[in-house]
Design a protein around this ligand. Structure first.
Ligand SMILES: [Ca+2]
Ligand SMILES: [Ca+2]
Length: 219
């Protein structure tokens, strides 16, 4: 959940071009980043578990597994295109699961194509709906899917596992109008967006502060 330092007070104080893009997109969605702290556009977090399994519905599940650790993972880009690649997240080589949970910030409304290449299985859910379903043991297999999205934040849930030997995963898209696949970029992947309740509380705080100032001027 580490946030970029210097990115806690508003669009003008972001540290990097990339986080600046996130802040501006959040602002375009009507979300004021200045009141939610660095977590508003923090990079995606990955969580590693000590084994893998499919549940009764055939979905990759971490239920009952041991959490090995977490790391900040700005984008899901862990394969160099060779058939002998080994990712080994957090040094784990065999029999593990990695999950990414956060939000995808769709820059515009439209139909988005998604593609994974993975060894071994992967599933992608957006707003709780299956978009890519390729959960079998495989040697750098391709998964394809699409989703029609509104502009703005959509819950993203990516689950990946490694059985044995080679391992890697990439997560790509074609935005509306794109001709070619590209890695879903860090600029559209965040761990958290402002909670509506936090937004309302911040507005209430601003109103109270403004009221106090007004009363002082009258006094
Ligand atoms: Ca391996
Ligand atoms: Ca493998």
């Amino acid at each position: 959940m580490a946030a970029p330092s210097g990115a806690t007070l508003g669009c003008r104080q972001v540290q990097t071009r990339r986080t600046g893009m996130k802040a501006s997109w959040l602002a375009a969605l009507g979300l004021t980043v200045s009141m939610v702290g660095g977590s508003a556009w923090a990079d995606l977090q990955a969580d590693v578990y000590n084994s893998w399994q499919l549940d009764g519905s055939g979905n990759i599940s971490t239920s009952g597994l041991t959490h090995v650790g977490s790391f900040i993972d700005p984008q899901i880009d862990h394969w160099d295109g060779t058939l002998g690649y080994r990712w080994n997240p957090l040094g784990v080589d065999e029999l593990y699961t990695v999950t990414w949970a956060g939000y995808l910030l769709a820059p515009e409304a439209g139909t988005y194509q998604f593609r994974t290449v993975s060894d071994d299985g992967v599933q992608v859910f957006i707003d709780g709906l299956s978009v890519v379903n390729n959960p079998g043991v495989q040697w750098y297999g391709e998964g394809l899917g699409s989703a029609t999205l509104t502009a703005g934040a959509h819950a993203l849930d990516v689950r990946f596992y490694e059985n044995y030997t080679y391992d890697g995963i990439i997560f790509q898209w074609k935005k509306p109008g794109d001709a070619d696949w590209s890695i879903v970029p860090a600029s559209v992947l965040v761990t958290a967006v402002p909670e509506p309740g936090a937004f309302a509380l911040a507005l209430a705080g601003l109103a109270v502060a403004g009221g106090s100032a007004s009363r002082r001027r009258k006094a």
